[in-house]
Design a protein around this ligand. Sequence first.
Ligand code: CU
Length: 133
Amino acid sequence: MRAPAAPAAMVGVQGMKWTTTLKPEAGSQVAGTASLEAGKEPGTSIATISITGGTPGATYPWHVHQGKCTAGPVFGSGAAYKPVKVGSDGTGKATANINAAPPNSGDFHVNVHASPTDMKTIVSCGELTMAGM
Ligand SMILES: [Cu+2]
């Protein structure tokens, strides 16, 4: 879906939106979608994640990371990303308010970690692409 053209003055970094489709890794069934876009305040971003195929009751840490799947530093503060809590139907959602402006270029991805005590195992990952302005 394409939003109506924004007034010229609004086009710029604050209009960037990145999205991705998360694909299962490491034999998991965790899939979903994620996005990264400008927050309400200048110099902030909002990241969202929505997953399916999770283990009911599980808690999955997740982040936007720099680079391609599945390695690179976290974008913004790791503490901004509240873990996804999975419901009985295997789905879960979370939002992160990040104290950094959304990037306007570069390689970024969203990953989902197996559990708070198994951060090394990535159960789902997707590389972000710019979705338009
Ligand atoms: Cu991560």
